[in-house]
Structure formats: C-alpha cells, structure tokens
Design a protein. Structure first.
Length: 330
C-alpha cells in the first residue's frame, strides 16, 4: 500500500498545519521505553496479550502468562489473532497448545479446556485469552512501545464532547487511533493543533480502513497549571485551529467530578487507571479490533536523518507515522 502522504503533498500539509499557532518542537520524549522487544517476539506465533481470569477456563490457563507465545494449536501453526479465533479454542473441549514461555524460554505443551464468557460486560462471549500475531506486534518502532504497548483495553472513562461515555471495554471491537493531548503549555496546544489538521486530512482514509479517531484532551499528571477544558472550549479549539472545509474530529475528554463514575472506568487489565501511564503529551495509542495496544508513543519523535520525511517537524512526523501504521499494519 502506498504511504498516506508523499513528500510532495506533505509540503502543503505542513504549511497549512503550522499557520494556526506558533510553537517549538520538543524532540523525542525522554520517557523510558517499557515494551515488548523484537527479540522476545522473534520466535513467531501469537503473543498472549491478556488472559481472561473470569472463570471460563476450567483447565490449563493457569499455566499461561502474558507475554507467552503460542506456536501451535492442536498441531497447527498459528501466526495471527485470526488463526487463534479460527482454531475455536473456547468450545468446552480440550485443546492442546504448544507454548514458548516468556520467563523460562522453554517450549511446553499445555492442554486447556475453556468456554466463552459473558462476565466482562459489555463484551459478549469473551475468549479465554486475547492474542496478537508476534510479527504484527513487532511492526511498531521502538519509540512507539511505551507502557501500554502489548496490553489490552486500558482502564478508561471518556466523555464525547457531543454526548456519550466510553469505557475501555467499549473500545474492543473497533480499530482506534487515540491522541491524548494537553493544554499545559502553548507549545502543547500548538502540537495538538498541528496533529488535529493532519488527522482531519487523513480521516477519510482511516475511516475507509475501519479506524476511528478519538482526539482526546486530558490533564496529564505533569500539568499542574491548566485545568482540562469543557466541551465548549474543545469545540472552539477545533473551530479556531481546525480545517473548516474538512469534517471535524470526534472530540473526547476526561469526565468532570459530576460525570465521573469509578465503576465505569474499566478495561480488561487490572484496576490501574490508564492516565497513570500517560506521562508525556501528546500520547498516541493505536488499538486493533481486539483491543490490543499496537502502538503507544509519548511526546514527539524526531525523524531519522536518512528518513524520507527527515525535514518534517517532529510533531507532524510523529502523527504521520502513527497514521501510516494504522493504515498499513493495524
């Protein structure tokens, strides 16, 4: 597939995106990479991103762990989440897995017996575990493998500026490109304005590939100066700095004290809020249709000197690379 933006079309995009606000580029985030490495995925198979502990696996799942690689199911090699689904694991009948253990690096056979579960509302017939192809997961660059990378549906509760609330579990079933941005500094607002315009130009292509954009303003833990905006302020920001000739983005925000309900801030993995692992704005998270986080970057990344987009400002390079990933690899 052709990349979303050619070098020629990119020039006009940069001029248009940069005219609305001024601000300097910060370069790459200093936050450490907390990720699944290429070496850990080199054996192939499918990576276990999450194990459903809600009682649907009557045998064998206690021998599996996040990060293990399933190489075969009933003697058949597997390499994608589609392979896992087609293997029909959750039938109530014994299934034999060939597994490369993350901790010991040993290959073992595990027999499991599992059935679908409805104990994770609103998800129906949840499987015993969520997987992603090891080669697919390995497609993200190292700088896009921050803390949420390789996890599933982080605990979240977000309000749509036009009405409606989403939890982390609501994100499962649809591909998502989520930009978490903040307003703590003028520089951060300038980055958000640039990314918003790039996303508006890419929105039709992303929708054509089944990817929903969620442009989400939150107050990052590092921001002690500027409170999060309300719906009116978000819409005004988009009207002022967006491309009026193009459809607006779907705007989201963190709920206010009246709206917040801890019981609705749920995902699949653990009870720790996603916001504690979003350390540097803007943070970009891409989820596949299974809710697996396939990209998590923080801050902005400077393009390599030998890259085709070497002369692109870091904030635009970062969002363009995430868009290209969503179009080509998600």
């Amino acid at each position: 597939m052709k990349r979303l933006l050619s070098a020629l079309s990119l020039l006009s995009l940069i001029v248009g995106a940069s005219a609305s606000m001024s601000g300097c580029d910060t370069g790459s985030s200093s936050a450490p990479t907390v990720s699944v490495t290429s070496a850990e995925l080199a054996a192939g198979g499918v990576y276990i991103a999450y194990i459903n502990r809600s009682g649907i696996c009557s045998k064998g799942c206690d021998q599996l762990a996040k990060g293990d690689l399933i190489l075969e199911i009933n003697g058949q090699a597997v390499s994608s989440s589609t392979d896992t689904r087609n293997s029909k694991i959750a039938t109530g009948k014994p299934v034999t897995l060939k597994v490369l253990k993350k901790d010991t690096k040993e290959t073992i056979e595990v027999e499991i017996t599992a059935s679908p579960s409805d104990k994770l509302p609103p998800l129906k017939e949840a499987p015993p575990f969520w997987t992603v192809g090891a080669a697919d997961l390995d497609g993200a660059p190292e700088w896009a493998r921050r803390a949420h990378f390789g996890h599933v549906a982080p605990s979240i509760m977000l309000v749509n500026a036009d009405g409606g609330i989403l939890s982390g579990r609501d994100l499962v079933g649809k591909k998502r490109l989520i930009v978490f941005w903040d307003i703590g500094t003028r520089e951060e607002q300038a980055q958000a304005a640039d990314m918003m315009q790039v996303l508006q130009k890419a929105q039709a292509d992303l929708q054509g590939r089944g990817v929903d954009i969620m442009f989400t303003q939150i107050q990052f833990p590092s921001n002690q100066r500027q409170a999060a905006w309300n719906d009116s302020a978000l819409r005004e920001f988009q009207t002022t700095h967006g491309i009026n000739e193009l459809p607006p983005l779907a705007l989201y925000r963190f709920p206010n004290t009246t709206e917040y309900n801890a019981a609705k801030e749920v995902g699949l993995e653990g009870a720790t809020s996603y916001i504690q692992y979003l350390r540097a704005p803007p943070a970009i998270i891409l989820l596949d249709e299974n809710g697996v986080v396939r990209w998590h970057s923080e801050g902005v990344q400077s393009p390599p000197s030998d890259h085709a987009l070497a002369n692109v400002p870091p904030n635009q390079f970062t969002i363009i690379e995430s868009i290209n990933f969503a179009l080509e690899k998600l």
